[in-house]
Design a protein around this ligand. Structure first.
Ligand SMILES: Cc1ncc(C[n+]2csc(CCOP(=O)(O)OP(=O)(O)O)c2C)c(N)n1
Ligand code: SF4
Ligand SMILES: [Mg+2]
Length: 287
């Protein structure tokens, strides 16, 4: 039986005191505890940013790579070793800006991984430039006359590209958030949770701004209905829905299934590298 302490890392935390990222970290630990998996069965993958530091503060396998590039790494990890529970932890800049292309194409691939985006609507680590989700005309430390771009609607984008599990949580509601994480991780296929994460140092909105607008989707909301989900995933501003916005229970084909059916149906890690030839033998073929 796993205990909460099993996931505790002794790396010194670099987040601002009082940052809402701490709530996400606690929610993640509780979700992993409820999964009852040992730390060695989990792999967290991140890029660069405040959000991307989360794997440092949790004891399990992790890969901390380049800005915006967490998703392709996670897809590869999942293909090579599908037994690892692979979770990407990223920020709104990392995922929707620098990594925006990977966001779209990973949804199309449908690998069996979970994506968690700490959405503080700002570039936190680099001290407050606008991100793809900063609201229109919000003033930042760089865009001091206001942001003149319409914000991206990432949840609606995910829905339109076939993502089968789409949720939004709030970093301040740890119980609800850990339940969303648990459902997302258990979901077979690409699952995606965008987390409202107020940045108290550089964010354009306070925690109260979010609290006044957020509401939990009612129990009679039908998250299997794509039409209703389109309405909810585009709702932002006066009202902000949280909960599972969309779930497609008709399982889509997983990325890698075709390869398993036609080429190799085992764990790639068992093949070793290179699979059949040495690198020198392979290079000889190109001479
Ligand atoms: C290729 C590249 N471009 C830019 C940067 C600088 N940079 C580091 S973190 C960051 C923004 C991170 O924002 P976000 O993903 O929203 O994370 P947060 O810090 O807000 O959690 C940027 C632009 C970088 N490290 N690499
Ligand atoms: S800059 Fe914002 S997101 Fe980053 S640690 Fe500080 S409060 Fe948190
Ligand atoms: Mg951010």
């Amino acid at each position: 039986m796993v205990k909460l302490e099993d996931y505790s890392s002794n790396i010194e935390n670099q987040w601002c005191p009082g940052c809402s990222n701490f709530g996400i970290l606690t929610a993640m630990k509780h979700a992993l505890l409820a999964l009852d998996k040992n730390p060695e069965e989990i792999c967290l993958v991140s890029g660069i940013g405040q959000a991307a530091k989360l794997p440092h503060y949790l004891k399990c396998n992790f890969f901390n790579g380049l800005h915006g590039r967490a998703l392709p790494i996670a897809v590869s990890i999942n293909i090579v070793n599908p037994e690892l529970t692979t979770i990407v932890v990223t920020g709104d800049g990392d995922c929707y800006g620098e990594g925006g292309n990977h966001f779209l194409h990973t949804i199309r691939r449908n690998p069996d991984i979970t994506l968690i985006v700490h959405n503080n609507q700002i570039y936190g680590l680099t001290k407050g430039q606008a991100s793809p989700t900063t609201d229109l005309w919000d003033k930042t430390r760089l865009q001091f006359e206001g942001v003149e771009l319409e914000p991206l609607l990432p949840l609606a984008t995910a829905l339109l590209h076939g993502c089968s599990f789409i949720a939004r949580g709030y970093a301040g509601d740890i119980k609800h958030l850990s339940e969303l994480f648990l459902e997302a991780i258990r979901f077979k296929g690409f699952s995606y949770v965008d987390v409202i994460q107020p940045c108290i140092s550089y964010g354009t909105h306070t925690a109260s701004w979010y609290k006044e607008r957020m509401y939990k989707l009612p129990p009679d909301y039908d998250f299997n209905n794509k039409g209703e989900a389109l309405v909810k995933t585009t709702e932002w501003g006066e009202k902000i829905p949280i909960g599972i916005l969309y779930r497609n229970d008709k399982q889509r084909r997983l990325f890698g299934d075709h390869f398993k059916e036609t080429t190799f149906n085992g764990k790639l890690t068992e093949l070793g590298f290179p699979p059949h030839k040495t690198i020198i033998e392979m290079m000889e073929e190109f001479r």
